[in-house]
Design a protein around this ligand. Sequence first.
Ligand SMILES: *Cc1c(COP(=O)(O)O)cnc(C)c1O
Length: 365
Amino acid sequence: MTEFPQVMINLDYLEQNVRTVMGRCADAGVSVAGVVKGATGIAECIEVFAKGGATQIASSRLEQLETAKRLDTGLPLMLIRIPMMSEAADAVRLADISLNSEITVLRELDRQAGIAGKRHGVILMADLGDLREGFWDRTELIEAAVEVETNLQNLELKGVGTNLGCYGAIQPTTEKLDELVSIAEQVEKAVGRNLEIISGGATSSYMRILDGNLPERINHLRIGEQILNAYDLEKYYGYDLSDMHSDVFTLRAEVVEVKTKPTHPVGEVGVDAFGRRLTYEDRGIRRRAIVAVGKADIGDSDNIFPEDGGIEVLGGSSDHTILDVEDAERDIKPGDILNFAVNYGAMLYLTGSANVKIRFHKSAK
Ligand SMILES: *Cc1c(COP(=O)(O)O)cnc(C)c1O
């Protein structure tokens, strides 16, 4: 079978990213769950997270925690998607800690932990406005915390957490994170002891580390993107991340056609393969190439960025990506392999696609 399309993973770069983030967070008194879901929990990547100093290995998917468990890294495993009722038994079997927002699920986790003869750690999530997971009502969160603490003997209340900047794109400002600390302190008052973990969010909250204004009591983050891809905070927020590698993952795809064609489709325009009406810019007759990789592998054509100068991604379908190569700095022909930088979306699809070969690059480029 061909080697392409291929995603090349530079484990040295990944390790350097893990160490940089862990070091900066440690300086701020913050421990970090290394979130591996963006790389579909590839075993080699999990091992690098463990080696680089993650406090826990985290994923939204139990299948990936199962890989981590098999690797026996010695680190606690954290389930960061609030568990399905139907996976409660597997959640207590595979995860040491989970994030939660429903008392009925907490009761089921407690029951399953009892059956398994285990203690399962839980973090209660507070929704601070991003409108994804979490208790909205503070009283409800505190009541759940008290019930876990006093009645659910097989659960251990580890702390509280929040998630920001995902669905609602709400920024993890110091005000928002102060609110989380205030919720934590109300819980501490209600249960009569200090909480071990106050988990202040994901990559977006790492901006507070970079700015040096993370509220004192936030002592935990759950970070994936900033380690795996290291792209968003620089691109969207202008942070200088020149000490990070944003090219841990590289897509390598093979050219299957190169021809000179019109740039505007010829005939009556309807909908594309995904039922969308697109507009096409008429730039006259130009040289174009097709690489054998498509939306099934990368999610969307604009998730990938050619490394070669003078090449532009025009679009694509499930299995084809079309490039303008009229101004390419080298002669492109069928059989050539082109390299592409990828964003988080492409990394996610590529590592999860059964049709993409995963290869590792060990020494620095
Ligand atoms: C995905 C996820 C993270 C990690 O997010 P990044 O932006 O990749 O750092 C953290 N917490 C939760 C609950 C998540 O779902």
